[in-house]
Design a protein around this ligand. Structure first.
Ligand code: ASP
Ligand code: MG
Length: 413
C-alpha cells in the first residue's frame, strides 16, 4: 500500500464531466489499496476570470483581498471532486489550505510554504477517505488566506508529498510529460523517461512550462520523486528524480529556447574600477533582471559591455542606460530585441569536454552566427538572431540524436 499525491491541473478539471472522469481515475488507485491525496487547480480560465473581476473594481487590487478572491477557484473544484467520489460510492473529504493548515509567509500573491500539518490528512486517510486538497493556497500565522503565485498548485502537491513522506507525487497535465524540445518546433521531439532535478530546473527556467519551477526546487530539496504525466492516457510520463550513473551517459537531455530576451551593449566604456557597479546599480534598483553579461577587453582604455534583459524590460533599461552612459562617458548604448537564446541541457556535460564546441560547430554548419555564449555546469546557451531559432533547435536536436531513445550521444557524434 502506497501513499500517492496526485495533482490535476486546470485543463484536467475544466468542467464537471472532466472532474467525474478524473475522480474515476483516482478511485482506480484507491481501490487497489493506495492512500490517495488529490491536489486540484481551479477550472482552466477561472483564476484569470477572478483576477479580471478584481481589477474591474480596483485597478491595482489590494493583495490580501485578491488572495481571498483567487483562492475561491480551487474551493469549487475540490468540493465538486469530493462529491464525484461520493456519487461513485466511495468516501472523500475536501480541505482548504487553512483547514489542513498549510502555513505560509504573509507575502500575499507570492507566499512561500513554511510548514504543513499532516495530522488531519492522516486522520481522514486512516478512515479510508480520498483526501482532496485545494492547490495554490495557504494561510498565514495570523489566519489570512494567501496564494503561492500562478501555477502554484504544483508546489502545493510537492510540499504535501514531502510532508506526508509520500511514495510518489504525480503531476497530471494535458501533455505526455517533459519533451526533449518543444514538439511545436521539432516534430522529432520525444518524451523524456527520466530526468534529474537539476536538468528539470534548467529546462523549467529556460521556458519549458510543464512544471512550475518552484515545485522542482522543493522536490530536489526533499528528494520527492515527481512523475509528470497525461490525464488523458495511461502512458508513463516523465520521472523527475535524483541523478544516477545511467543518466550521465546521456550528454544532452534537452534543447530549449527563449524569445523573451533582448540584448543591450554599452559601447566604449572607460575601463576603470567601479564602472560595472555604476551601470548595474540603477538596473537592479529598477527591478530589472540581467541574465548573460559579457565584457570585452581590448587594447586601450575602453571596453564594450553587453548583456541581456527580459524583452518586457528593454525600453526601461535602454532609457536608464542612456543616462548612465552619459555619466560614465561611454560612447553609446545600442541594443536589439530580435534575438533568441538557444540552450542545450544535460548532466552528462559535467564529465565530458567538447559539448560546447560541438554545439558551436552545429550552429556554424547551419550558417547561424553566435552573438553571445554562456555556460554552466550542465548547460550551454547561445544567443542568436531570433529568425534562426527554429532552425537552430532542430539542428541541435538532430545532431545530439535526441530523437533516439537512450542512445548515449558519444556513439553518434
Ligand atoms: N489556479 C492557479 C493558477 O491558475 C494555480 C494553478 O493552477 O496551479 O495559476
Ligand atoms: Mg500548471
Amino acid at each position: 500500500m502506497a501513499l500517492i499525491v496526485q495533482k490535476f491541473g486546470g485543463t484536467s478539471v475544466g468542467n464537471t464531466d472532466k472532474i467525474k472522469a478524473v475522480a474515476e481515475r483516482v478511485l482506480k488507485s484507491h481501490k487497489q489499496g493506495n492512500r490517495m491525496v488529490v491536489v486540484l487547480s481551479a477550472m482552466s480560465g477561472e483564476t484569470d476570470r477572478l483576477i479580471r473581476l478584481a481589477k474591474d473594481v480596483q485597478k491595482i487590487p489590494d493583495q490580501r483581498e485578491l488572495d481571498m478572491i483567487v483562492s475561491t477557484g480551487e474551493q469549487v473544484t475540490v468540493a465538486l471532486f469530493a462529491m464525484a467520489v461520493k456519487e461513485a460510492g466511495y468516501d472523500a473529504v475536501s480541505l482548504l489550505g487553512d483547514q489542513v493548515r498549510i502555513l505560509t509567509s504573509n507575502l500575499h500573491t507570492k507566499a512561500r510554504i513554511k510548514q504543513i500539518d499532516s495530522e488531519l490528512i492522516s486522520k481522514h486517510l486512516d478512515q479510508g477517505k480520498v483526501v482532496v486538497i485545494a492547490g495554490f493556497q495557504g494561510v498565514t500565522e495570523a489566519g489570512d488566506i494567501t496564494t503561492l503565485g500562478r501555477g502554484g498548485s504544483d508546489t502545493t502537491a510537492v510540499a504535501l508529498a514531502a510532508a506526508l513522506k509520500a511514495d510518489a507525487c504525480e503531476i497530471f497535465t494535458d501533455v505526455e510529460g517533459v519533451y526533449t524540445t518543444d514538439p511545436n518546433v521539432c516534430k522529432a521531439a520525444r518524451k523524456i523517461n527520466r530526468i534529474t532535478y537539476d536538468e528539470m530546473l534548467e529546462l523549467a527556467s529556460l521556458g519549458a512550462k510543464v512544471l512550475d519551477i518552484r515545485s522542482v526546487g522543493l522536490a530536489k530539496r526533499y528528494k520527492v520523486p515527481v512523475h509528470v504525466r497525461s490525464t488523458f492516457t495511461e502512458n508513463e510520463g516523465t520521472w523527475v528524480v535524483e541523478e544516477d550513473k545511467n543518466m550521465e551517459s546521456m550528454l544532452v537531455s534537452g534543447v530549449t529556447y527563449s524569445k523573451n530576451e533582448a540584448r543591450i551593449t554599452i559601447n566604449k566604456v572607460p575601463d576603470q574600477p567601479g564602472v560595472a557597479a555604476k551601470i548595474f546599480l540603477p538596473i537592479s534598483d529598477a527591478g530589472i533582471i540581467v541574465d548573460m553579461i559579457i565584457q570585452n577587453t581590448r587594447a586601450g582604455a575602453m571596453t564594450d559591455l553587453t548583456f541581456t534583459v527580459l524583452r518586457s524590460d528593454y525600453d526601461r533599461a535602454m532609457k536608464l542606460l542612456r543616462e548612465v552612459a552619459k555619466e560614465i562617458n561611454a560612447e553609446s548604448v545600442t541594443g536589439s530585441e530580435d534575438i533568441a537564446k538557444v540552450s542545450i541541457v544535460g548532466v552528462g556535460m559535467r564529465n565530458h569536454s567538447g559539448i560546447a564546441s560541438t554545439m558551436f560547430q552545429i550552429l556554424a554548419k547551419e550558417g547561424i552566427n553566435i552573438l553571445m555564449i554562456s555556460t554552466s555546469e550542465i548547460k550551454v546557451s547561445c544567443v542568436i538572431e531570433e529568425k534562426y531559432t527554429e532552425l537552430a533547435v532542430r539542428a541541435l536536436h538532430d545532431a545530439f540524436a535526441l530523437d533516439k531513445d537512450n542512445v548515449p550521444s558519444e556513439e553518434v557524434i
